[in-house]
Design a protein around this ligand. Structure first.
Ligand SMILES: C[S@@+](CC[C@H](N)C(=O)[O-])C[C@H]1O[C@@H](n2cnc3c(N)ncnc32)[C@H](O)[C@@H]1O
Length: 275
């Protein structure tokens, strides 16, 4: 699927549907999408270490990756978690990955892609030089060494079964599926998709997520969201940015006036007991 952001004055108009007719097979088994392995608008190291710390005392973490496209994003996260946390990564799996485009989900389930050589280097680096545990690089002979770093050469890769079984793909529209998102210990990835939704639907979604998720959960945005101000909608709905770019959590609960006076009475009682 070719997705191109169409910028008209200050607004981005939804375009993935308009371009959906332009899907083209680049090999006998692959097709083109606007996503990539380890898309670099997220610091994947910080993200994984943040989750590891935040959920160190929790038995199960619910990773829901909406707008997963053809699966490169959830497979990136699965590789990173496995490579960096080893057996401690078990509680993060399966990652539930959803997209409202059925063709995306069809290809995601196949786990077969074509990547440029530079992307292959990114994958290798991001999974601590253990890529061969997760990915089979096929038909590399088709790439002539002179072309290896040319922008035109594409290398076929296949996700190995041990990684495929860590991601569960489903077809879903996030607007109709919010109620099925677990409330607690959820890491909700909604990256590079919000600005495609009509403005009113974005406000609706931000409010619904504020109702659905509690303080233990995180929302992960992409650069497309930050550049278009989606984080501000989420702030208005009760979330705040964490120290990591693109990752938001519920605002820390402030003392309500009543609770504050209760705390004050308690504090004074303790003070008087100490005298
Ligand atoms: C640009 S891709 C982003 C892929 C990936 N998240 C990334 O950051 O690389 C946008 C994806 O959002 C999906 N999408 C758009 N609206 C959606 C919705 N309401 N529910 C679920 N997926 C949606 C599209 O089908 C497309 O695969």
């Amino acid at each position: 699927m070719q997705i191109t952001n169409q910028i008209t004055t200050n607004r981005i108009t939804p375009s993935f549907r308009m371009y959906s007719e332009h899907r083209s097979n680049v090999t006998s088994y692959n097709y083109w999408t606007t996503t990539k392995f380890f898309r670099d608008d997220l610091n994947w190291n910080d993200f994984v270490f943040m989750m590891h710390n935040k959920y160190k005392d929790v038995d199960k973490v619910n990773i829901q990756c909406f707008a997963c496209s053809d699966g490169e994003e959830p497979f990136s996260l699965a590789m990173k978690l496995d490579a960096y946390l080893n057996e401690k990564s078990a509680k993060f799996f399966p990652i539930v990955a959803k997209d409202f485009d059925k063709t995306n989900i069809y290809y995601a389930k196949k786990g077969v892609y074509e990547v440029r050589p530079a992307e292959l280097c990114d994958i290798e680096r991001e999974c601590d030089m253990r890529m061969s545990k997760y990915i089979t690089v096929g038909n590399a002979y088709r790439v002539h060494p002179n072309e290896l770093y040319s922008n035109n050469s594409m290398i076929p890769v296949k996700i190995k079964n041990n990684l495929r079984e860590k991601v569960l793909f489903k077809h879903a529209d996030i607007l109709n599926d919010v109620q099925n998102i677990p409330k607690s210990n959820t890491v909700l990835m909604t990256r590079n998709m919000w600005p495609y939704l009509p403005a009113k639907k974005q406000v609706f979604l931000a409010k619904e997520l504020a109702k659905q998720l509690d303080e233990s959960s995180l929302i992960v945005l992409g650069h497309f969201e930050i550049s278009q101000g989606t984080h501000k909608l989420l702030e208005e709905a009760g979330f705040e940015m964490t120290e990591i770019y693109g990752i938001m959590c519920k605002k820390a609960k402030k003392f309500l006036p009543d609770e504050f006076s209760d705390a004050k009475i308690m504090f004074n009682k303790i003070k008087s007991l100490k005298k």
